[in-house]
Ligand binder design. Structure first.
Ligand code: ADP
Ligand code: ZN
Ligand code: ZN
Length: 735
């Protein structure tokens, strides 16, 4: 036997920050390339891993090394560039490389499925099925329901849609197939181009300047901040650049926030480009996802349009990256690999040597700082593209106004005027449910969650109390559980209460509520938004689901009900996020040629956030806020890493972090500072006690070096196995 056995380093989906060594499989000539998937024995299981590299030596004795069971792919599934990006992600976020690979791969590839697209199996009614007399199916109610659904939707349905009807859909559909009423086919995952394409409008001078700045050097890396007010036509700038990239035979990656990826946006792309578009979002079936992934890798998809994880798509020939609404919080993943898709996208663009455009009306302060320092080039669109002017903003000082169910009289009056003029109103309230508190007026009891340090929200229509933090629920009590008084009342308002109040005030009006409670079914949000656009709604009430780039041409009034929520929040980013949200929601008003008005209810009309809103001046607010962050040494001037821990026993998580703090302080280099471990602001959540420890540094390099050494040490601690802990680099929320 040869003593110089080649050893393969494999990224295995295990929560350990290292690769694992294996011997080459029998009869493998020269070796295995990085990026190939392999099956390897791991403990008592067999796992699918990705080859990272080969070496001649291992810390483990060669006689104890196990052998790769089989090589899955003929070609690497991950291009070399992407492999290196993923390695960088693993080291930047200090996350196990095997888990990073898992996050980047579609589910079917994680399971060892061939890296080829089969498309999505979909079922549609045959002619016989369309004409069938349903009364013949009374003894097969599930089959009957499936036919009814297929008729109502009038399109082929995939496993996703059918599973919503019943868990037993597979059996029922097979029986329908046997009877010849339903037939299946494999559908391509790419949206086909429209036959009649829309011509590009003539660009405004600002758009033309922005496009020209990027196109003069479109073949190499540069990062741009496209800072354009709502309605300024940022999308048209994207389109022009995508057009150039496609013309050069290359592909474009467009990242959008979770709620921003609506059929409306997909349609806008389809109407402009004669190339197949791969759309990637969380609602895809495993087959659809793999199909989109493969078509991007093979270059068949000219455009990949997707949410956060689309940043990991492989490309045959990537030429441009766009991140729309770059400030949006949904780009940051909040569990597992806590990456920020915008930041990863910038790193990717630089490695692939292609331009990246970050677009927003309200850029993140992190991004603004980089633009100010010249690291990103600034492209500005200061005016609306069409004649519509910006809406007029008025503050309603709630200290001097009576309000019923959260609605002040001037706001009610303004809604009434819109109804008379047959225009639409949008009311924004960042809280769902009927009321956030249920209280006994006799003894002061407040409905608590048993598993969290939080109150339960009343959902009156369903007659239940629900915890918005852990999902616990119970029936709404009729009497106080403490003193048996019947004098218990809901306090404060959520969207449900406002909806009910509006129904009483405007019995003739058509009122629609949009929040997570009213949009649970897949496609329900899109249906509702479409009804608003069709003019079937007079008053729209909703949460921040309404804040994204939906276009509602007939909305002329926007009411912000509780603008103060957030400005005095515990998180230093609260004012930034609140202002971004209000500006985005306000941007819905007066987008066509109608004049818009924004009414903001506040108890603190003197707060600088509102001054900025009145004058549409995000810039000077941002300037001020940046100065404060600098003075307080907060991000973006200082870099944070937050270690979180949780455990079922009280005090255990905190104790673990105190130990981590002691260990860390002893090894931290100058400039890297560990604050004290503390209980989280909401210490108990879903029955677990939580704590956190903040590490900060003005320089990234010493911070990351420290984090590596620190985690290595902590992982050796016995206690680290008993508590659940994680590290969040560049955390977006601090609790
Ligand atoms: P943003 O994304 O910046 O909020 P949009 O791209 O949605 O703005 O554009 C707002 C509206 O202006 C859209 O209806 C769009 O079709 C229109 N628009 C954009 N650019 C032009 C242009 N150059 N000429 C005419 N209309 C335009
Ligand atoms: Zn009571
Ligand atoms: Zn709870």
């Amino acid at each position: 036997m040869s003593t110089r056995q080649r050893i393969v380093q494999v990224a295995v989906p295990a929560p350990l920050r290292k690769t694992f060594d294996y011997l080459l499989p029998e009869n493998t000539g020269s070796g295995v390339q990085p990026g190939l998937r392999v099956r390897v024995p791991f403990g008592r299981r067999e796992l699918v891993g990705v080859v990272m590299g080969q070496t001649d030596r291992s810390d483990i004795d060669a006689s104890r090394l196990k052998r790769i069971s089989s090589v899955i792919d003929p070609q690497p599934v991950l291009p070399e560039m992407l492999m290196r990006l993923l390695q960088w992600i693993s080291s930047y976020y200090h996350h196990p490389v095997g888990e990073v690979m898992q996050t980047a791969l579609p589910v079917l590839l994680r399971r060892g499925h061939a890296a080829a697209a089969v498309g999505e199996e979909k079922w549609a009614l045959t002619d016989a099925g369309k004409e069938l007399d349903l009364s013949t199916l009374t003894r097969a109610p599930l089959q009957k329901r499936m036919i009814e659904t297929l008729r109502a939707r009038d399109s082929a349905l995939g496993s996703h849609d059918l599973a919503e009807i019943s868990k037993g859909w597979r059996n029922a559909i097979r029986q329908l197939e046997e009877k010849g009423w339903v037939a299946s086919r494999y559908e391509d995952c790419l949206t086909a181009p429209d036959t009649s394409l829309l011509a590009a409008p003539e660009m405004t001078p600002a758009q033309a300047t922005a496009v020209a700045s990027v196109s003069k050097d479109i073949e190499s890396f540069a990062a741009y901040l496209l800072y354009g007010i709502t309605g300024s036509g940022k999308t048209e700038v994207y389109f022009q650049l995508v057009q150039q990239v496609l013309a050069a035979g290359r592909q474009a990656l467009v990242l959008v926030p979770e709620i921003g990826l609506t059929p409306q946006l997909v349609d806008r792309f389809r109407q402009r480009f004669a190339v197949p578009i791969a759309v990637l979002h969380s609602g895809l079936s495993d087959n659809e996802r793999l199909c989109a992934w493969v078509s991007a890798r093979d270059g068949r998809a000219g455009i990949v349009l997707g949410t956060r994880s689309a940043v990991f798509s492989p490309f045959a020939n990537l030429g441009l990256i766009i991140v729309d609404e770059e400030h949006d919080g949904s780009f940051k993943q909040q569990d597992g690999l806590r990456y920020h898709a915008r930041d990863v996208a910038v790193m990717r663009a630089s490695r692939e040597d292609v331009p990246i455009i970050l677009g927003s009306a309200t850029p993140a302060l992190e991004t603004l700082r980089l633009a100010k320092e010249g690291k990103y080039s600034l492209l500005e669109l200061p005016e609306r593209a069409q004649s519509a002017s910006l809406p007029e903003v008025k503050l309603l000082d709630m200290q001097h106004l009576k309000n019923n169910d959260g609605l002040s009289r001037p706001l009610v009056q303004a809604i009434r005027e819109r109804i008379e003029k047959k225009e639409q109103s949008l009311l924004f309230l960042n809280r769902r449910g009927f009321s956030p508190v249920m209280m006994c007026y006799d003894c002061g009891w407040i409905a608590p969650c048993q598993r969290c340090d939080a109150r339960m929200t009343l959902h009156k229509r369903s007659g239940r109390l629900r915890c918005h933090h852990c999902g616990a629920e119970r029936p709404m009590p009729q009497t106080c559980p403490e003193c048996e008084s019947e004098n218990i009342h809901p306090i404060g308002e959520g969207t449900e209460r406002v909806e009910q109040a509006l129904e009483a005030l405007f019995p003739e009006a058509r009122i629609m509520r949009i929040d997570r409670d009213t949009t649970r079914r897949k496609g329900e949000l899109e249906e509702k938004l479409e009804r608003v656009r069709q003019g079937e709604v007079d008053i729209l009430v909703g949460t921040q689901m309404l804040a994204k780039g939906h276009d509602f041409p007939n909305i002329t009034l926007v009411g912000i009900l509780n603008a103060d929520q957030g400005i005095y929040g515990s998180d230093f980013r609260a004012p930034e996020i609140m202002l971004q949200r209000i500006i985005q929601v306000s941007g819905r008003a007066g987008r066509a040629d109608r004049h818009g008005e924004v009414l903001i209810q506040t108890w603190h009309p003197g707060h600088p956030v509102f001054k900025a809103l009145k004058t549409h001046d995000y810039n000077s607010f941002a300037e001020q806020e940046l100065q404060q962050r600098k003075a307080a040494n907060y991000p973006p001037y200082c870099h944070f890493a937050l270690m979180r821990a949780e455990a079922t026993a009280a005090g255990e998580a905190l104790h673990f972090l105190q130990r981590a703090q002691t260990v860390g302080r002893a090894m931290a280099p100058e400039g890297v500072e560990l604050l004290s471990a503390v209980a989280s602001p909401m210490e108990r959540r879903a029955g677990r006690y939580r704590a956190q420890l903040l590490v900060q540094s003005n320089e990234r390099k010493p911070l990351h070096g420290f984090l590596d050494r620190w985690l290595d040490t902590i992982e050796q601690e016995k206690q680290s196995k008993r508590v659940r802990w994680s590290l969040d680099v560049d955390p977006m929320d601090m609790y």
